[in-house]
Structures are given as structure tokens and as C-alpha cells.
Design a protein around this ligand. Structure first.
Ligand SMILES: Nc1nc2c(ncn2[C@@H]2O[C@H](COP(=O)(O)OP(=O)(O)OP(=O)(O)O)[C@@H](O)[C@H]2O)c(=O)[nH]1
Ligand SMILES: [Mg+2]
Length: 325
């Protein structure tokens, strides 16, 4: 199938379809990649040199803070200046709720007939590492299809979600008034990743207080004045223009001071290491299956019959990767 380029399902044909902006080919490529197929990998391989052009904007925050509403508004704003907009919504919780993505569909309905807006939701596969890998691959495909910017929405600010959002060049963390003590709980993670804070639902009481708390938090972290804080009312489109301007400014700054390049280089490194780790572990565990099973090795360590270092040495020897091999 992959060999004959004229075949409608051939990887090379789908890849050219993606490059010329064929939406159906892009959707098929994503499905092939999501399902971990060899054809999906072939498509990615072909397209990889044509990626890295889109500016990826990450929108993250607690459930229900208005991320999708903001993405919807941003989409309109970017469309009005002629941009072709990609939206990738990653929803680690959808395996349980399912409703969030449906809600997004309804929310984004007005863009559904716009051929210059591409929207794709990614659900969890029960494995967060897998989700961040899939996100990067999907972003690459949307990028190769010429969408720029790509808006990446993901719920939450836990460690696993941070891995997902690290596929973005610029990260907006969305908060809402009335979080109360929650701000304490989230500060560790978001201080590190936020390039910009959005206080959405500013029509609710407490926006001012939240902004003060955030400012205080930032000065404690030595970041006072370096991270913009914006107020929006997404449902009314208020503050969206400022948000767009701010994003553009941050992107320009990051390009100028080299931090954009630095971040992308780190991403290349992380991506390579994560894949290498996954593949090596997969191979090692396959090899284990032939002698001791994974469970038996764990049992052995648990019973103190073999120490964990020796267990790993043994697996590495099986893979011909011992220090002395
Ligand atoms: N009052 C008010 N409501 C808003 C605002 N922005 C969004 N909402 C409402 O908040 C609810 C959640 O909005 P979403 O955009 O779905 O939030 P989300 O962060 O994408 O939610 P999840 O993806 O489920 O985490 C919806 O009912 C919106 O209409 C706002 O600025 N003010
Ligand atoms: Mg949402």
C-alpha cells in the first residue's frame, strides 16, 4: 500500500495532500499517526522537513476556565487578519467525561464551515507520555498543512499536562476569579511555564484581587513585570484584541532574544530522548518476555533475590548494550 504513490491510501500521496492543504488528507494522516501505524510514521517522516513554520500558542488552565471560548475568539481574531488557523484540543479527561469535546464542537461551530480553520480534538489513550508524543506529531501535521497559528488547548496544569503544553512556543495560562486558595496549589507549575496570564471571566467579582495575587506571586518568584497579565471576558469577546497583540509581541520578543530558538532546541532534545527511551524500554521488555517476564523480574527485586541494578544489567546484556560488550 505504501509503495504505490498513486494509490489513494499511499503514505506519499496522503503526505502531498497534506502539503497542498487537503483537509481530508490531513484528517486521515492524523488518524494514522494517532493509531501508531507505520503509514503514519512514513507520513511524518516525509513531512518533517516542512514543519516548524507555524507559531504554536498553548492555552492551558483548570477545567471550565474558558479556554475553548478564548480559542474560539482567538480563531475569529486571527481569521479576520487572514490567517489560516489550526486548533488542537487535547483533553486528558475526555475518556471519563466525553462531554467536553462535544461542548467544544458546539462552541466552535461557527468555524466549522470555514475551510481555513482546522479543528481536531485529541483524547487521552490512558497514557500521558503517549499523549504528549501524539500532540507533537499532530501539531507537526497541522503545521505542514500550512496552518499558522496553531492554537493548542489543554486542560489543567499538572506535570503530565505540562508535557503536553510544552509543544507550544508561547503559553497562556488561563485563570478565573474566585479560585481562592487554589492559586497556592497551582503556582509551582505555572510559574515555570506561563509566558502570559489571562484572567478570564473578568465579569465575575474578584478579578482585581486575583491580579494582585498573581503579581505578588510573580514578584516572589523574581518575575515581577516580566509576565503580562491580561483580563478577558471570552463570552463577550472583551480583551481578545489585546490578547492577540500581546501574543504577537511575546512571539516577536522571543524571536529577538533567542528564547524561541532555545525552547525549540530543548523540545527537539526532549522529543528525541522521550522516543529513544520509549523504544528502548519497549525492546527491552520484549526481550524480557523471552526469558523472565516483566512481572517475574519485579517479583525478584521485591523478594530481594536480585538487586535492581543487576536486573537492568542483565536486560542490557540481552540487548548487547552492556558496558563491556
Ligand atoms: N461569565 C463568563 N462565562 C464564561 C466566560 N468565558 C467562558 N465562560 C463560560 O464558562 C463555561 C466554560 O467555558 P469553556 O470555554 O468551555 O471552558 P474550558 O476551559 O474550555 O473548559 P474545559 O475544556 O471543559 O476545561 C462556558 O459555559 C462558557 O460559556 C467569561 O468570560 N465570562
Ligand atoms: Mg475546552
Amino acid at each position: 500500500l505504501t509503495g504505490d504513490a498513486s494509490h489513494p491510501d499511499a503514505a506519499s500521496r496522503i503526505a502531498s495532500g497534506v502539503l497542498t492543504g487537503e483537509i481530508r488528507d490531513l484528517a486521515r494522516a492524523i488518524t494514522l499517526v494517532e493509531n501508531g501505524t507505520e503509514r503514519g510514521r512514513a507520513i511524518l517522516r516525509t513531512l518533517f522537513p516542512r514543519t516548524g513554520r507555524a507559531s504554536v500558542v498553548g492555552i492551558t488552565g483548570f477545567p471550565g476556565t474558558g479556554k475553548s471560548s478564548l480559542v474560539d475568539q482567538l480563531t475569529s481574531a486571527y481569521r479576520s487578519v487572514g490567517k489560516k488557523v489550526g486548533v488542537v484540543a487535547v483533553d486528558p479527561s475526555s475518556a471519563f467525561s466525553g462531554g467536553a469535546i462535544l461542548g467544544d464542537r458546539i462552541r466552535m461551530q461557527r468555524h466549522a464551515t470555514d475551510s481555513r480553520v482546522f479543528i481536531r480534538s485529541l483524547a487521552t489513550r490512558g497514557n500521558f507520555g503517549g499523549l504528549s508524543k501524539a500532540t507533537r506529531d499532530v501539531v507537526d501535521l497541522v503545521d505542514a498543512a500550512g496552518y499558522d497559528p496553531i492554537l493548542l488547548e489543554t486542560v489543567g496544569v499538572g506535570q503530565d499536562e505540562i508535557e503536553v503544553i510544552e509543544a507550544a512556543d508561547t503559553i497562556a495560562v488561563v485563570l478565573v476569579p474566585g479560585l481562592g486558595d487554589d492559586i497556592q496549589a497551582i503556582k509551582a507549575g505555572i510559574l515555570e511555564i506561563a509566558d502570559l496570564f489571562v484572567i478570564n471571566k473578568s465579569d465575575h467579582p474578584g478579578a482585581e484581587r486575583l491580579e494582585k495575587e498573581l503579581t505578588g506571586m510573580l514578584s516572589l518568584g523574581g518575575k515581577a513585570g516580566t509576565i503580562p497579565i491580561l483580563r478577558t471576558v471570552a463570552v463577550r469577546g472583551e480583551g481578545i484584541e489585546e490578547l492577540c497583540d500581546q501574543l504577537t509581541e511575546l512571539q516577536a520578543l522571543a524571536r529577538k532574544d533567542g528564547s524561541a530558538e532555545e525552547r525549540r532546541r530543548k523540545r527537539s532534545k526532549d522529543r528525541f530522548l522521550a522516543l529513544l527511551r520509549d523504544r528502548l524500554v519497549e525492546k527491552a521488555l520484549d526481550r524480557l518476555g523471552a526469558g523472565n517476564t516483566f512481572g517475574e523480574v519485579v517479583d525478584g527485586i521485591h523478594a530481594r533475590q536480585i538487586d535492581p541494578h543487576a536486573a537492568v544489567d542483565r536486560v542490557l546484556a540481552d540487548l548487547n548494550l552492556s558496558d563491556d560488550s
